[in-house]
Ligand binder design. Structure first.
Ligand SMILES: [Mg+2]
Length: 361
């Protein structure tokens, strides 16, 4: 099998959009201008799609969501020439080619997003050629994985709405919900406590700060959140502050979760080796695709650490089914407008697709 063509396109939302409220969630901007410009620099209104065509007639589909226009240009300019004529079975070889040829300006961010989209398409091709679903080719046993929701829980919402959303999620059979934190410390506590009181203790509450805090601020908050039995404290600090994560992890009983802003297996290795976190949220559309996603998940397994991937639930449901240490899939139905294959949910749990391919059409 040889690759004959690589096509990219950007699917951009062109309907009405509502400006994000100022305190939608915390973000790294909060460190320089506290509680301003929240999410103003970042929104999911576009996707880049990659289609890889072969001489056997099989087509592989990949996708990624960050900065789609820049990502498309990067694929067209730097990755496509490496792929034409190559054998799509050679996923490890092709990944190394893409990584090493973009190393001078890549390794993280948009370059890794571009490699992710291509690698996902290559795996889709492998699955289609083998006539197998992804969980099979990744080594799995088609087990379902617990879901938690990130549909509500945003920072600008009133406490009553947070409670209503969490109760609804519990009633739908989901195992937990995520709340953004970053209001005044005691406001956060009141909001989390109201949700905890409404859902009881057999439902997880996760918190997410989107890298907004300094170490001291995160330590203070962790102390306040601890009595509320929080499932994890997600991205409490900027992702590059590994020392800060070590300090926080040593000081709190709340599991520290990181991963959506980590773009390499070696950066994860540093977190794991230094015990800087307790949950790995590796994102297949940012880490460089399925090839490194599996490496990171298995590396975390060696450290007895759980995987709860960030976003892209359709694909992560299949990958989670294939590794022993995956505990949660994040329910965000973001792909619904552009896919014809809804993720299967049974009893509030994600069921991996049984169709040949990655489970996204
Ligand atoms: Mg997050």
């Amino acid at each position: 099998m040889k690759i004959t063509e690589v096509r990219t396109r950007v699917v951009q939302w062109e309907g009405q959009t509502v400006p994000l409220p100022p305190h939608f969630c915390t973000n790294p901007m909060d460190l320089v201008a506290f509680r301003e410009a929240s999410m103003g620099n970042f929104a999911f209104h576009g996707w880049v799609l990659v289609e890889i065509f072969t001489d056997s007639g099989h087509i592989g589909l990949g996708n990624a969501a960050l900065s789609p226009i820049v990502t498309k240009t990067l694929i067209d300019t730097y990755l496509k020439p490496l792929l034409i004529g190559a054998d799509p079975w050679d996923t490890e070889y092709l990944w190394q080619q893409m990584y090493r040829r973009t190393m001078a300006f890549g390794r993280k961010g948009v370059a890794m997003t571009a490699i992710s989209a291509v690698d996902i398409a290559l795996w889709d091709l492998r699955c289609r050629r083998a006539n197998l679903p992804l969980y099979k080719l990744a080594g799995g046993a088609q087990r379902s994985v617990a879901l938690y929701t990130t549909e509500g829980g945003w920072l600008h919402m009133d406490t009553a709405v947070l409670v209503e959303d969490a109760v609804a999620a519990k009633e739908r059979g989901f195992g937990g919900s995520k709340l953004k934190v970053g209001r005044r410390p005691h406001e956060d506590v009141v909001r989390i406590a109201a949700v905890r009181e409404a859902v009881g203790y057999d439902f997880e509450i996760f918190t997410d700060a989107n890298q907004a805090f300094t170490v001291d601020e995160a330590l203070r908050r962790a102390r306040l959140y601890e009595p509320l039995d929080i499932g994890w404290f997600e991205e409490p600090l900027p992702a590059d502050d590994v020392d800060g994560h070590v300090r926080l992890s040593n000081a709190t009983t709340i599991p520290v979760a990181v991963g959506e802003s980590i773009y390499s297996a070696s950066h994860f290795r540093e977190y794991l080796q230094r015990r800087a976190c307790s949950i790995i949220q590796v994102d297949v559309a940012r880490i460089g695709g399925i090839t490194p996603w599996l490496k990171v998940a298995h590396m975390a397994e060696c450290f007895n650490i759980a995987v709860a991937p960030h976003f892209l639930m359709e694909l992560h449901a299949s990958l989670c089914a294939a590794v022993p240490n995956a505990h949660w899939v994040e329910y965000i139905p973001q792909l619904d407008p552009i896919t014809t294959q809804a993720m299967k949910i049974e009893g509030g749990r994600a069921v991996p697709s049984d169709e040949p391919g990655i489970g996204i059409a």
